[in-house]
Design a protein around this ligand. Structure first.
Ligand SMILES: Cc1cc2nc3c(=O)[nH]c(=O)nc-3n(C[C@H](O)[C@H](O)[C@H](O)COP(=O)(O)OP(=O)(O)OC[C@H]3O[C@@H](n4cnc5c(N)ncnc54)[C@H](O)[C@@H]3O)c2cc1C
Length: 406
């Protein structure tokens, strides 16, 4: 397929964005054009397998310095004034071509793992964060279990950390763990006594076993699998945060991850919008282009509004976080809005493109089409990193207070 016009360039005016962020967008767009676009169709449509981890793209991202962007200079990061804004911009640019890749290699690796490690004490923080910035290891972030994901209470968590001399022994099973088939290290939330503690564990340690990748509806480039811990030793100094302070650490990283899902949603919506807007401008039905039908003009005018709002929401969440160190309600709004937008725009984009929206590869010509993958990939945004019901709950708490909203 020829590359559709990037309509964000004419509809979206990022005049208020710091110069720093605009430079990051230009830099990462070029990276994505060179390294992601050519392999995007394969990444987005090839079913999961153990050897499908996109190591070449991971290495290219590290070599291009993309893992420096979220972090301060003392660990080899770029030391940006607005690191969160820049990080989410990276996500949007990568996800325009491959949401699964962006989710695994940037939201998972840089935000969930990196931002968890940022809360570790020294020298753990510097040692592992510097290595992550250089792309020297693949990491996983593990809170979910077979019987507990949304509910991260100590009562629900079945992965147990038991104190032993010099450290802890971990036993239990985590599920849906992104990048685990390729991971060298994992940050893992466990129950220790009556509370939760976050640990940094070695994936090559005795007693760690990773299952086969799950076969999912979408996000094929994001490999997930179960991780089993059988009496795995973790040294005492590998506690991240404090013993019993793990939930705070996990939720801190997840707040940024949620903004990231908002940015990925905006990217998917924009990609579906661009493809279908091009298509509608050329495809004739009943003797005229689809874009001449007011029904579709109005539908896409509303989607343009949605994309503008979704982008503003994630950018505001990031900007406030960079300025004030908090953005709980903005992150919830950005995640909810962006992920729903992606599903809505992808559905209408397929509808207006008809069979050319539904097809993946056209046998007669060998052409490939992107919308079916975007539609499949969009759905998980409404579920992971806090289901959208949880985001509404967070917003409701800000309206009514915890006493009424729970
Ligand atoms: C592709 C992918 C990648 C993932 N990567 C990771 C990872 O790297 N690390 C990790 O730890 N986990 C990961 N997960 C797990 C993911 O975070 C969970 O799937 C998610 O938190 C939802 O948990 P659950 O699937 O167990 O659903 P449940 O917790 O069983 O919830 C099911 C549904 O119940 C509803 N619900 C829940 N609570 C409420 C409520 N209070 N009010 C109303 N409705 C509610 C929601 O609609 C929700 O979707 C991943 C999952 C996928 C599919």
């Amino acid at each position: 397929m020829t590359q559709p016009i990037r309509r964000a360039n004419q509809l979206f005016h990022d005049t208020w964005l710091p110069e720093e962020t605009r430079r990051i967008r230009a830099e990462v767009r070029e990276f994505a054009e060179t390294h992601v676009r050519p392999v995007a169709h394969r990444l987005n449509t090839t079913p999961e397998s153990r050897d499908a981890f996109p190591r070449d793209v991971f290495n290219a991202m590290a070599a291009a310095g993309l893992y420096q962007i979220p972090f301060p200079a003392d660990v080899g990061g770029r030391g940006l004034e607005f690191p969160t804004l820049a990080t989410l911009t990276v996500l949007e640019e990568l996800a325009y071509y491959s949401p699964g890749l962006a989710s695994a290699l940037y939201d998972g690796q840089a935000i969930l793992v990196g931002k968890t490690l940022e809360r570790a004490q020294e020298p753990l923080r510097s040692r592992y964060l510097s290595a992550l910035v250089r792309g020297e290891f693949v990491g996983s972030f593990a809170t979910s279990e077979p019987a507990a994901s949304t509910d991260l209470s100590a009562a629900s968590m079945q992965t147990i950390a038991t104190r032993v001399e010099g450290g802890y022994r971990l036993s239990g099973q985590k599920r849906w763990i992104t990048n685990s088939v390729a991971a060298d290290h994992i940050v893992v939330l466990c129950r220790s006594g009556e509370r939760l503690t976050m640990f940094l564990a070695d994936m090559h340690a005795e007693g760690v076993r990773v299952g086969e990748p799950d076969r999912k509806m979408g996000n094929h480039a994001q490999l997930t699998a179960d991780v089993h811990f059988d009496n795995v030793f973790v040294p005492e100094d590998h506690v991240i945060g404090s013993d019993g302070g793990g939930l705070r650490v996990a939720l801190g990283a997840l707040m940024l991850g949620r903004m990231g899902i908002g940015a990925i949603g905006v990217a998917m919506a924009q990609a579906a919008f661009d493809f279908s807007a091009d298509y509608m401008s050329k495809r004739k039905v009943f003797g005229q282009e689809l874009a001449r039908f007011q029904h579709w003009q109005f539908t896409f005018a509303e989607h343009a509004l949605g994309i503008e709002n979704g982008r503003n929401l994630y950018q505001k969440a990031a900007y406030r976080y960079d300025r004030e160190g908090d953005a709980d309600i903005e992150a919830a709004m950005a995640k909810f809005f962006g992920s729903r937008l992606a599903v809505d725009v992808a559905r209408d984009a397929i509808q207006v493109c008809g069979a050319y929206g539904f097809v993946r590869e056209l046998s007669a010509t060998g052409e490939t089409f992107p919308l079916e993958a975007i539609y499949r990939d969009a759905k998980i945004g409404e579920i992971y990193e806090g289901a959208n019901e949880i985001q509404r709950w967070v917003i409701a708490r800000h309206i009514f207070g915890r006493e009424l909203a729970g």
